[in-house]
Write a protein that binds this ligand. Structure first.
Ligand SMILES: [Fe+2]
Ligand SMILES: [Fe+2]
Length: 278
């Protein structure tokens, strides 16, 4: 795959309809993603505040502005409130799905490298906690059927606690089993939202990447609204936090050959220091 690159915009927790939703932030985020033109846009759940139909329609109006960009949208716990999964389905279709996304080639030639992207609904109606459930493991296993593909898994909830988010109380119930399954399947990236604080962890050869809230002021401590831009090339993965309308900062770089993750020391503990340079 020399010269090929996969660019992903990872957005979550836009929470349309919430009193702290900020349409200006989401407009900036969508405009910036359109300008970037990534290979894939991931919307990792919590599109709404309470799962009401007008809130889904508002989210859809914003996301429709992404035009032809390939996207994977899953629901979060807020979207399943008030039987909201019906409205999610009406606006965004099936939540559990597998798509195959080609890497872009620098020279514009035919794609040689692909990513298998498996997305699953980890939310449960009217509960903040998440679960994948043993019944879905075989489906997940079968989804990674292209042995040479880069492997991405998407869910709303976190599999490992996120720093700066207070008491841990709604991690995925079967997080240990899911981590073991994804490790067995040699998944490269796990993308999630839910806690409204961006983070990157390395577990084995897997990167667990959380996005913050893109368009609300429901942040924790000094965290700012943000989304992630992830670039995968042959030798590295680069994770950028982008603050809609304000700028961006490289959060972490992973050297694939050495399996080494370097976190930006400037961001360490930022949720309680709050010394921002962007
Ligand atoms: Fe959320
Ligand atoms: Fe959530």
């Amino acid at each position: 795959m020399p010269g090929s690159r996969l660019t992903i915009a990872q957005v979550s927790d836009i929470h349309c309809g919430h009193v702290m939703f900020d349409g200006e932030l989401l407009t900036h985020a969508v405009d910036e993603i359109v300008e970037l033109g990534p290979d894939l846009v991931v919307v990792a759940g919590d599109l709404t505040s309470e799962g009401y139909a007008p809130q889904f329609r508002q989210a859809k109006r914003f996301l429709d502005r992404l035009g032809d960009l390939e996207r994977v949208v899953i629901p979060g716990n807020h979207d399943l409130m008030n039987v909201g999964f019906l409205h999610f389905r009406d606006s965004f279709g099936q939540s559990d799905r597998v798509v195959r996304v080609p890497f872009s080639n620098q020279n514009g030639s035919e794609p040689e490298k692909f990513a298998t992207v498996t997305a699953i609904n980890s939310a449960k109606p009217d509960l903040a906690e998440g679960e994948i459930g043993q019944g879905k493991y075989d489906w997940i296993r079968a989804s990674y059927k292209w042995p040479d593909d880069y492997r991405i898994f998407i869910l709303h909830h976190h599999l490992v606690p996120v720093p700066g988010t207070g008491r841990e109380r709604n991690i995925v119930w079967d997080a240990g089993d899911v981590l073991a399954l994804l490790d067995e399947l040699k998944v490269n990236l796990v993308l999630a939202g839910h806690k409204h604080v961006p983070n990157v962890w390395q577990v084995g050869e897997m990167l667990l990447i959380n996005s913050g809230t893109a368009s609300t002021h429901r942040v924790r401590g000094y965290t700012r609204p943000s989304f992630n831009v992830i670039e995968v090339t042959e030798d590295r993965v680069r994770i950028v936090h982008r603050y809609p309308g304000l700028g961006e900062i490289v959060a972490a770089t992973y050297q694939r050959g050495e399996r080494r993750l370097s976190l930006n020391p400037q961001l360490a503990g930022m949720w309680n220091r709050g010394a921002w340079n962007v």
